[in-house]
Design a protein around this ligand. Structure first.
Ligand code: BDR
Ligand code: CA
Length: 315
């Protein structure tokens, strides 16, 4: 018997790699039912992330998808953005068309709360691809929903790779460490796709050309987005390609067999100026702190890119 597609809410700050993740999800209806897409401030400010989310839905041929705008700033801090990586729009690279589909009138946090209360307990998975502000705000405002979440599968943090926005912290966690702390302490079953794994999912020339040679608009856009996005990381790390971070979340949901990790304790640093936003991951089991996350460490990159190309080809 085939399983019903898994219900997910994507919470995102697009971002070129977020865009590829959303396309992968929308191209995979047999695996995933996307209930809605929530924008949050992160890579760029909220007016751009919600606009970008709508551009991506239209590119996927899904102007019917519900896109919600959420929190414009972290819980307690000023917003830190990443235009140095993603460009001024967040989706720099190809020429973009202004979206025509409407933004939903409901706030993303209300949508998350209402959806979790409406759907059967344990049937909705949250997929954060940006700072955790919307999710934490929903948990603070409606603690009754926490026990109804099936799983949170998120991109964020690092252990062996340590940090990308500071020497100690990964961007999504650093931007809103208090929100991350709430999520990591929530008791919800967490799957974490940190830099340790995304830095093994590197673009290469043949992988990008495979997208371009699909001969479709989504294929060309993905190639041009990755062309733009990889220049920063290639210069920084000296690799031949750049990590496609956020699609790892969606790929894990579709093909968990491509990934390996460990169930460990992960806590968030919220006090220290020097290591703010660090994901303190007990990979080696040196404490008796209870495991709260499946922390992914490796991916079979060829299989990951084959999945991406096969699914983007459908759009
Ligand atoms: C994360 O930060 C953003 O720049 C990317 O979209 C990804 O979600 C990687 O650290
Ligand atoms: Ca992101």
């Amino acid at each position: 018997m085939t399983q019903a597609p898994r219900k997910i809410i994507i919470d995102t700050d697009p971002g070129q790699d977020d865009a590829v993740a959303i396309l992968l999800a929308l191209a995979s209806p047999e695996d995933l039912e996307v209930l809605g897409i929530c924008a949050v401030a992160g890579n760029v400010p909220l007016p751009l992330t919600e606009r970008n989310a709508r551009i991506i839905c239209e590119l996927a041929g899904r102007p019917d998808m519900a896109v919600f705008a959420g929190c414009a700033a972290p819980l307690q801090r000023n917003l830190v953005t990443a235009e140095h990586v993603h460009g001024k729009t967040g989706l720099d690279g190809p020429q973009l068309r202004e979206p025509t589909m409407a933004l939903q009138p409901t706030h993303a946090v209300d949508f998350i709360i209402e959806t979790l209360r409406r759907e059967a307990p344990g049937t909705v998975t949250l997929c954060p691809l940006g700072p955790l502000t919307n999710i934490a705000t929903a948990f603070l405002r409606a603690p009754d929903i926490i026990g109804r979440v099936q799983q949170i599968v998120l991109m964020g943090g690092a252990y062996f790779e340590v940090g990308n926005i500071t020497p100690a912290a990964e961007f999504n966690i650093y931007v809103d460490p208090e929100a991350a702390d709430i999520v990591f302490k929530s008791g919800v079953d967490l799957v974490v796709l940190p830099l340790d794994v995304t830095h093994k999912a590197l673009t290469t020339r043949p992988r990008i050309e495979a997208f371009r040679s699909l001969g479709t608009e989504p294929g060309r856009m993905v190639a041009e987005w990755t062309d733009f996005f990889e220049r920063y990381d290639m210069a920084k790390y000296g690799h031949d390609g750049a990590p496609l971070h956020d699609p790892c979340v969606i790929a894990w949901l579709i093909r968990p067999d491509l990934f390996t990790g460990r169930r460990i304790n992960v806590e968030i640093e919220t006090q220290s100026d020097l290591t703010l936003g660090m994901t303190v991951a007990d990979w080696w089991g040196v404490t008796d702190r209870p495991a709260n996350a499946l922390f992914i460490g490796d991916v079979e990159a060829e299989g990951f890119y084959a999945l991406l190309t096969e699914r983007i080809a459908r759009l």
